[in-house]
Each structure stands twice: as structure tokens, then as C-alpha cells.
Design a protein around this ligand. Structure first.
Ligand SMILES: [Zn+2]
Length: 234
């Protein structure tokens, strides 16, 4: 016998998509509407916060499978997994019967059938399905804490960076300047200059116009901003 491998992408590629889409720790079980009716004889949306939390806890405990995002490969296990399965080496091991039962269930089939949402839709993902604590731990480990913390969102630099990533701006000259400044600082940290750096075309053109308009102003400009030498334009 070997350890049950659970349900992974090698069993069904859609499992990988499902796990990359959901932040939830499991699935299946009784739906919240039904639990709200049983516990309070009310619809979920009319419950107060405390009642809602009770329903959510009950739902979580009724789940039939667990999502183990952190395993390699990421896997889904039945809550009743027998933990062992037959050793079929050199072939891939089969999940245990309990895990296979989850795979065959209608709830799981529905869960893995859904398409991965676009990045935009992630923003609107139900808060309940976003484990806050896990998100914070993840942010710490990948070094994006500064970007995510509320305080830093007030920083114009973070706001600008986010705007660029979201394609909000169309200022190629300024983008070229930011890029050149950034690369120059990075190179300076490593003790190298901007030789062979390829300026972005819009920025380069802007600088050339400045040079033609006023060579002396261009010299002053070059003391502050990264730009080619006058000679290199010829
Ligand atoms: Zn199993």
C-alpha cells in the first residue's frame, strides 16, 4: 500500500484549473440556503452577521472534500479518504475509493466544470471564499506585502505602478522616462552605466526634439534625466 495521491491533474486536468481558481479550503456538502432554512427558517440573505457565520461554519463542516493547494502536485482529498491505496507502480497510483467517490459526485463535477474567471472577475470574488489569513501569509512570503497593505495604496508610486499594470495610462514618453530612471538606478547599484541601454522610442524621440530645439537646454536636461549623448544621435 502507498499513501493515497488524492485527485490531481493527472487524474483530470480540470482539477488543476479548479484549484487555481478557488481559494476555498474544500467543497461539497449542504448548500448555505438549505442550512439557513434548517437552522433559522430564513433565507441566507436575510440573516444577521452572527447567524451567517453559524451557517458558514455548518456548511464548512458538511463539506465532502478538502482542497490541498500546498501539496505538489496540488490535490483534492475526500474528507473520508482512507489515506492508503494500492501500489500500482510503475503506473500512477489510483486515488482511494473514497476520493474516487468524490470525483464521481455531481457536486464535484459541477465544481470542476466551471471555467477559470478572468483576472478582473477575481476582484469581485465573494469575500467568504477568500481566506484572509492565508492571503496575508502568502503576501508576506512573496514580498508583495508592501503593495497590498492599505497604507501603501496611498503612495503615488504604488498607484502609478498599478495603473501601468492595468493599462490605465497612455503616456509613452513618461513611461520611457520611468523605465530609464529605474534601469539607471539598478545599473548604478551594480556599478555599471547605461551603455547600450535601449531607450523606448517615444522617449528617445522626445529627447531628440529637445536636443534639436535647444542644445544647451538638452545638456542641462541630461544632467537630471537619463538620455543619450548629443553625438550618438548623429
Ligand atoms: Zn483518498
Amino acid at each position: 500500500m502507498v499513501a493515497c495521491c488524492g485527485l490531481t491533474a493527472s487524474h483530470d486536468p480540470r482539477i488543476e484549473t479548479y484549484l487555481s481558481r478557488t481559494g476555498y479550503s474544500g467543497g461539497g456538502g449542504t448548500n448555505v440556503a438549505e442550512i439557513a432554512k434548517t437552522l433559522f427558517n430564513m433565507t441566507f440573505s436575510t440573516l444577521d452577521e452572527e447567524q451567517r457565520q453559524k451557517v458558514i461554519t455548518t456548511q464548512e463542516l458538511s463539506q465532502t472534500w478538502e482542497n490541498k493547494h500546498h501539496l505538489v502536485p496540488p490535490a483534492v482529498y475526500s474528507r473520508r479518504c482512507t489515506k492508503e491505496t494500492l501500489d500500482l507502480s510503475p503506473h500512477l497510483p489510483l486515488p482511494c475509493n473514497e476520493c474516487l467517490t468524490v470525483y464521481k459526485s455531481r457536486a464535484f463535477k459541477n465544481a470542476i466544470r466551471r471555467q477559470k474567471p478572468s483576472a478582473k472577475n477575481y476582484i469581485h470574488t465573494n469575500h467568504r471564499f477568500r481566506p484572509k489569513v492565508l492571503g496575508e501569509i502568502y503576501a508576506l512570503s512573496v514580498g508583495t506585502k508592501e503593495l497590498i497593505e492599505e497604507q501603501s495604496k496611498k503612495s503615488p508610486f504604488v498607484r502609478y505602478a498599478l495603473g501601468v499594470l492595468q493599462g490605465k495610462y497612455d503616456d509613452k514618453v513618461f513611461e520611457g522616462l520611468t523605465k530609464a530612471m529605474l534601469i539607471r538606478n539598478e545599473k548604478e547599484e551594480n556599478g555599471i552605466g547605461l551603455q547600450n541601454f535601449k531607450y523606448s522610442p517615444a522617449y528617445d524621440e522626445f529627447m531628440n526634439i529637445m536636443r534639436i530645439t535647444s542644445p544647451s537646454a538638452y545638456r542641462v536636461l541630461r544632467e537630471w534625466f537619463p538620455a543619450r549623448t548629443s553625438e550618438s544621435f548623429r
